[in-house]
Design a protein around this ligand. Structure first.
Ligand code: NAD
Ligand code: TDX
Length: 335
C-alpha cells in the first residue's frame, strides 16, 4: 500500500483529487488532513468518507503535533491546504500568511524527517507570476505576485523549492490556472455567478469585465497531478494551464445563456484592487510528459452549470444559512 497524505482534501480541488485518486489507485491509502475552514466541508467528500482506503483527519497544518505522525508515514504528500480567495486576502491577509506560508513550513519540516517520502507536491498557482499582458508564463519567469494571496502562495512556492535545493527533498511545484468544476465554494466567480443566476439574482462583474482567466477543468488538473507525481523531476516547477482564455464578461454571458437568464442580471461593480488583468500559462513542459487537457471548455462549463443545478443540497445551505458567508457577501458586495 502506498501511503498518501492529502492536505486540504475537503476543499474544492482537494476533494476532487481524493475522489480521482481512490478511483484510479486501488493500491493507495489516502489520508485527508483538513481543518474544515469555511471552505472545507465534509460534504465535499460525502461519497468517499467511508471508503476503505480513505481516512479523514480533522486538523490544522499549523499544528506540528498533528502533522508529524501523518507526514512521517507518507510516501506521497499532496499539499493543497491554503486560504485561497483573493478578495478575502484583500480584506485581511493574516490568515493567508499563517496558513499558506507558515503552514507549508510546518509540513516541510515534518517532511524532512519522513523516511519513506518519495514526493512532496507543493500546489502553487498561476497567480505567482502576476498579471501577464501578452504571451504565456513560463516556469522560469520571474514571480511578480500582486495581491496578498498570490504573495503568500509565492512564499510557499519558493520555500518548498528551497527544501529541495537545501535538503534534497523530493519536492515538485505545480502552478495551475483557474480551476472550475463541482464542489467549488460559491465565493469564486463561476459557482457564485451560476448560483446567483439560478435564483435570478444579479451577478457582480468587477470593473470593465475584460480581465482574462485561463480556465482548467478540475479533472484535467487531477490528471496532470497524477502524472507529475509519477513523472515529475525533483526540484522542478510545472505549469498546468487549461488553454481556455476567456474574458470575464464573455464567461458571464455564457453562464447566463446556459441558464436561460437575461444579460440584465449583469451588475457592474467597482473593480477589485490590484486586479490582475490576465493570466496565461505556457504548458510545453507538462505536455512533453504526455499530458493534454481533455475537457473542452464549452462542455465543461455546461456540465458544471448542470452540476450546480442538480446539487442545490450542496450550495443552498452555504448561501442561505451560513451566517459567516452572508456576512462576507455583505462586506464584499453590499446588499
Ligand atoms: P479551497 O479554498 O476550496 O480549499 C482549501 C482547503 O484547505 C479547505 O478544505 C480548507 O478547510 C483547507 N485548509 C485551509 N486552512 C487549513 C489549515 N490551516 N489546515 C488544514 N486545512 C486547511 O481551495 P481550492 O480552490 O481547492 O485550492 C486548493 C489549492 O490549489 C490551494 O493551494 C490553491 O492555492 C491552489 N490553486 C487553486 C486554484 C483554483 O482555481 N481554485 C488554481 C491554482 C491553484
Ligand atoms: O464577484 C466576482 N466578480 C468578478 O468579476 C468575483 C468573485 C470574481 N470576479 C472576477 C475576478 C477575476 O478576474 O472573476 C475572475 C475570477 O475570480 P476568482 O474566481 O475570485 O478567481 P481568481 O481571483 O482569478 O483566483 C483564482 O485562480 C487562481 C483562485 O481563487 C485562486 O485560488 C487560484 O490560485
Amino acid at each position: 500500500m502506498v501511503e498518501v497524505l492529502v492536505t486540504g482534501g475537503a476543499g474544492f480541488i482537494g476533494s476532487n483529487f481524493v475522489r480521482y485518486a481512490l478511483a484510479r489507485h486501488p493500491d493507495w491509502r489516502v489520508t485527508t488532513l483538513d481543518k474544515l475552514t469555511y471552505a472545507g466541508r465534509r460534504e465535499n467528500l460525502h461519497d468517499v468518507l467511508d471508503h476503505p482506503q480513505h481516512a479523514f483527519v480533522h486538523g490544522d497544518i499549523l499544528d506540528a503535533a498533528v502533522c508529524a505522525p501523518l507526514v512521517e508515514r507518507a510516501e506521497l504528500v499532496i499539499h493543497f491546504a491554503a486560504e485561497t480567495h483573493v478578495d478575502r486576502s484583500i480584506l485581511g491577509a493574516g490568515e493567508f500568511i499563517r496558513t499558506d506560508v507558515e503552514g507549508t513550513f510546518v509540513l516541510l519540516e515534518a517532511a524532512r524527517r519522513a523516511p519513506r517520502l518519495r514526493r512532496f507536491v507543493q500546489i502553487s498557482t498561476d497567480e505567482v507570476y502576476g498579471s501577464v499582458p501578452t504571451g504565456a508564463s513560463r516556469e522560469t519567469d520571474e514571480l511578480r505576485p500582486r495581491n496578498p494571496y498570490a504573495a503568500s502562495k509565492a512564499g510557499a512556492d519558493r520555500l518548498a523549492y528551497s527544501y529541495w535545493a537545501t535538503y534534497n527533498m523530493p519536492v515538485i511545484i505545480t502552478r495551475a490556472s483557474n480551476n472550475y468544476g463541482p464542489y467549488q465554494f460559491p465565493e469564486k466567480v463561476i459557482p457564485l455567478f451560476v448560483t446567483n443566476a439560478i435564483d435570478g439574482l444579479p451577478v457582480p462583474l468587477y470593473g470593465d469585465g475584460r480581465n482574462v482567466r485561463d480556465w482548467l477543468h478540475v479533472q484535467d488538473h487531477c490528471a496532470a497531478l497524477d502524472l507529475l507525481i509519477d513523472q515529475g523531476a525533483d526540484g522542478e516547477v510545472y505549469n498546468i494551464g487549461g488553454g481556455n482564455e476567456v474574458m470575464n464578461v464573455d464567461l458571464t454571458h455564457r453562464i447566463l445563456a446556459t441558464l436561460g437568464r437575461p444579460a440584465s442580471l449583469i451588475q457592474p461593480v467597482p473593480d477589485r484592487p490590484g486586479h490582475d488583468r490576465r493570466y496565461c500559462l505556457g504548458t510545453t513542459k507538462l505536455r512533453a510528459l504526455g499530458w493534454a487537457p481533455h475537457v473542452p471548455f464549452d462542455e465543461g462549463l455546461r456540465d458544471t452549470v448542470d452540476w450546480y443545478r442538480r446539487n442545490e443540497w450542496w450550495w443552498r445551505p452555504i448561501k442561505e444559512q451560513d451566517l459567516a458567508f452572508r456576512s462576507y457577501y455583505r462586506t464584499q458586495y453590499g446588499r
